[in-house]
Design a protein around this ligand. Structure first.
Ligand code: SF4
Length: 646
């Protein structure tokens, strides 16, 4: 009997599981009683029972995964857990759920990732018939995958240790939906995607990530298009990311890569199905040529750029644009002229239609709630349409439809309320809870706000801030993250620090993110200089991370097309974008960045913000009101003294 009583674990008060003498105390290796964890579990249980939405901010160290997992399992309902990253997804599935099986032996749970993570058996078999493998490495990898395909139960690429992250071979054999023929496929019964859906349909707990969850939500309005089985409730973990991910999936993107993928898949399918069609091959060549000519119109500059005047762009380049659209029409009609064509060919024709419509939407739509922009990344040119405000979409498709949506994260509240989050996401009725962290921030962390530096908008700020970083790093003997809002500033400060310090200095962009983090963890006194991607989801416990230094308040770049459109829309509607949008968003980002420092009860360290506007400007109080009760100083001497005690 898992609980020391005759009652099943589904019915005992939660105190008997999470309390000081409870089940976790007896079974969890790192258990410590946390009142906040019990309170959060009670709030989640009540929300599921009463069919309510819940917003719960729970600080680092609350143990929030167990605090939502136990009530979900006890509810007996089918619940989706959506996490911010694949890592967290795997931790829940491979660590937390197996642990809870000791208490609830009958949990039925499934891990679901995006389709590109799984093997398509049909494509694997098709590729065997074609001389398309390039080089010995690919031949070996193919043989490895072929052997693995016979024994794997999931078809999940994570099981193949030697598969490189960006594998060209994998991109030709993965189970992405646009090339899948579904029930018409000969492998449908033994397809990994079919199996995954079957497992999900028999499970009570389904663990996905936000990308899959919002992809499903965006498709759900079309009949039969859902990726996930029906569910009663959803837990959105790392919910501070929801607006961004929803913006991506309710938006639309076309790119030169998508055109090239269609060209490549058409050629591969003709070969695999031994279809002879010089007309289709000519249409593919035509599409490639026109795509190249069209995408050359976009200047070679990095960064996201708004389409200021699409009418003008189209007027001047009408020929290139129409030729590209016509190339899609030609490919579609040549594909549909193939007699006795297999289903794969119909799929390709549909993709040509979808691409043409995608281009037309991004370049011609007059939808008011969308902003249209483009971006060059490496050799890719991406044209995008993003919804400016996702609140109405989320209200209609998520909050109005679901019994219970639970949003949780360590950073959701601004100034002690969830007003910002509710406004941005369209949440009208929800229970709310802020679970205080059990860390002693006043003892564990010192927040340093030097006032002698110039305003960050002044030209000499960069030089003086760089020297201040050096002084702080001397006091902390390295062991720090220095976080920036701009790449240029990051490089300048890093170059200055290299001349002045002997600690190992790591720079974002010089190695993949995980490699940099591993090196940071294993190198004594290392310092990492990084930008936005390291502001969240990074966990380094212990003395190795003793300081987080932030150069300026992390306001989103106002010239970014989506940010600019949001600012404009709020102001036009009579609001004040600075106080209602830009400031609260920066508050959440700063909470995230600073949140890297204290990850356990024994962590100690210094937080520094070199932007004195946090003290001097009236809006600065919004930041202080939202940060935990750190001890504060404006004197470097105090930082040195604090570090000597550490
Ligand atoms: S059903 Fe789709 S994903 Fe599955 S094997 Fe067939 S084509 Fe591939």
């Amino acid at each position: 009997m898992p609980i020391a009583s005759k009652e099943p674990a589904e019915r005992v008060p939660l105190e008997r599981i999470f309390g000081p003498q409870g089940w976790l105390a007896r079974h969890h290796p790192n258990y410590e009683y946390r009142r906040g964890q019990l309170e959060m579990a009670e709030a989640v249980e009540a929300a599921l029972e009463n069919r309510q939405h819940l917003i719960v901010e729970a600080g680092t160290g609350t143990g929030k995964t167990l605090a939502y997992l136990v009530p979900i399992i006890r509810s007996g309902k089918r619940v989706i857990i959506s996490t911010g990253t694949k890592n967290l997804q795997e931790q829940v599935f491979f660590k937390d759920i197996p642990f809870l099986r000791k208490l609830f032996p009958d949990i039925r749970a499934t891990l679901m990732k995006g389709r590109q993570n799984y093997l398509c058996r049909q494509k694997l078999y098709d590729i065997e018939k074609q001389p398309v493998l390039s080089g010995m490495e690919e031949v070996d990898l193919y043989a490895e995958i072929r052997a693995w395909e016979k024994r794997t139960q999931t078809g999940d690429r994570a099981e193949i240790a030697q598969l490189p992250d960006a594998s060209d071979l994998w991109s030709r054999i993965d189970a992405r939906s646009e090339s899948c023929t579904g029930q018409k496929c000969q492998q449908f019964e033994k397809c990994f995607i079919t199996w995954m859906h079957q497992r999900a349909a028999e499970s009570d707990v389904i663990i996905v990530n936000h990308h899959l969850f919002f992809a499903d939500l965006a498709l759900r309005q079309m009949e039969f298009a859902a990726l996930l089985p029906d569910y009663a409730a959803v837990i959105l973990d790392e919910a501070h990311e929801v607006e961004d991910v929803a913006t991506q999936y309710f938006g639309l993107q076309v790119s030169n890569y998508r055109v090239e993928e269609l060209a490549r898949d058409t050629e591969t399918t003709l070969r695999a199905k031994t279809v002879q069609s010089p007309e289709v091959l000519a249409a593919v060549a035509d599409m490639r040529r026109h795509s190249e000519q069209f995408f050359e119109l976009f200047p070679a500059r990095e960064g996201r750029v708004a389409f200021d005047n699409r009418d003008k762009l189209l007027e001047v380049n009408r020929g290139a644009y129409s030729s590209l659209l016509n190339a899609f029409v030609r490919l579609e009609s040549e594909l549909l002229r193939i007699k006795n064509r297999p289903e794969e060919i119909n799929n390709l024709a549909q993709r040509a239609v979808d691409l043409r419509k995608g281009f037309e939407f991004v370049l011609e739509s007059q939808e008011r709630n969308f902003v249209f922009w483009w971006e060059r990344r490496g050799r890719g040119v991406f044209l995008e349409a993003s919804p400016i405000d996702v609140s109405a979409l989320l209200r209609e498709r998520l909050f109005a439809k679901m019994e219970s949506v639970v949003l949780t994260s360590a950073t959701l509240a601004v100034g002690g309320t969830f007003d910002f989050l509710k406004r941005r996401l369209g949440i009208e009725n929800a229970k709310e809870k802020i679970v205080d962290s059990h860390f002693d921030f006043a003892r564990q962390a010192l927040l340093y706000t030097p006032l002698h530096l110039p305003d960050p908008r002044q030209p000499d700020f960069a030089r003086m801030a760089a020297e201040e970083v050096v002084q702080i790093l001397k006091a902390t003997r390295g062991r720090a993250f220095v976080l920036f809002t701009s790449h240029q500033q990051m490089r300048e400060v890093h170059a200055h620090a290299r001349r002045r310090l002997r600690y190992p200095l790591l720079l974002q962009g010089t190695a993949p993110r995980t490699a940099l983090l591993d090196r940071f963890r294993s190198t004594p006194h290392a310092v990492l200089f990084a930008t936005s991607s390291f502001w969240q989801g990074v966990d380094v416990q212990g003395q190795q991370l003793s300081a987080v230094i932030v150069d300026r308040l992390p306001f989103a770049v106002p010239s970014d097309p989506v940010v600019a459109a949001r600012i404009r829309m709020i102001n036009e509607d009579g609001g004040n974008a600075f106080t209602e949008y830009q400031t609260p968003e920066a508050v959440i980002s700063l909470k995230q960045g600073f949140g890297r420092l204290i990850r356990s009860e024994t962590d100690r360290g210094v937080l520094a913000i070199l932007d004195h506007r946090i003290v001097r400007m009236a809006y600065g109080h919004a930041f202080f009101e939202s940060l935990p009760g750190y001890r504060r100083t404006e004197r470097l001497e105090e930082v040195k003294a604090f570090m000597r005690e550490c």
